[in-house]
Design a protein around this ligand. Structure first.
Ligand SMILES: N[C@@H](CCC(=O)N[C@@H](CS)C(=O)NCC(=O)O)C(=O)O
Length: 218
């Protein structure tokens, strides 16, 4: 059975990083949504190898970790990574940097897609340092590799954009000061049809999945 396990769309930033490449690659999978809870979920622990979503089962392969899901999807849809070697190296580096880091940002500014305005909240020295670095990554990457396109590596929305899409969601909700170039990138990511589809599905989720800890960020 081909299945993609994801968590609550409004909060689960890692699930978005798994879902986007699966959809970009056009894999035919059934989506299984397991609502995330205030603490670790027994249902997620039972359904997935590492007790984490996203988790993909596809034609006998079992893949967990969002970056591994990106790599798996790129086997079917190589355009997830830039074709050119130097650009591809940059894409892999910034995607890995996201996957392994930015803990200050993630802790202080949890993703909440349905909160349209948390302006000024979540600003800690650590989150602001991470945002400074993200802003630099967006600016440098687009300047060197963007070729005037909307996304990090030009016209194609690829794996690096996937890894930063939940960061963009946070920047749009918490509205820290970012450069105009980063702002226009954020607007382009938000307007991408798949990102928009994820937001619309998040808005359809039941009220009973709302978690107080993500609704009262200071
Ligand atoms: N490094 C993992 C992180 C995955 C992760 O932390 N997922 C969270 C949801 S966003 C989760 O499943 N938490 C366990 C739970 O809620 O029970 C990845 O890249 O996929």
């Amino acid at each position: 059975m081909n299945r993609l396990f994801i968590g609550t769309r409004r909060y689960s930033s890692w699930s978005l990083r798994g879902w986007l490449p699966v959809r970009l690659a056009g894999l035919d999978v059934e989506e299984v949504v397991i609502p995330i809870g205030a603490g670790p979920s027994q249902a997620i622990a039972e359904a997935t190898p590492a007790g984490l979503v996203p988790y993909l089962e596809h034609d006998g392969a079992r893949i967990w970790e969002s970056l591994a899901i990106c790599e798996y999807c790129a086997e079917f849809f190589p355009a997830l990574w830039p074709e050119e070697r130097v650009a591809r190296a940059q894409a892999r580096s910034i995607a890995s940097e996201m996957h392994a880091g930015f803990r200050g940002l993630r802790a202080a500014m949890p993703m909440n897609l349905l909160r349209h305005d948390y302006a000024g909240r979540g600003q800690t020295p650590e989150s602001l340092a991470d945002i400074f670095r993200v802003d630099k990554i967006f600016a440098e990457t687009r300047e060197k590799f963007g070729a005037g396109g909307d996304f990090l590596f030009g016209e194609k929305f690829g794996a690096a954009d996937v890894m930063y899409a939940p960061v963009v969601a946070r920047l749009l909700t918490y509205r820290p000061a970012i450069s105009p170039a980063s702002q226009s990138y954020c607007d382009a990511v938000r307007a991408h049809p798949l990102v928009d589809a994820w937001y619309r599905a998040a808005a359809e989720e039941p009220q009973s999945w709302v978690l107080a800890k993500y609704e009262h960020v200071q």
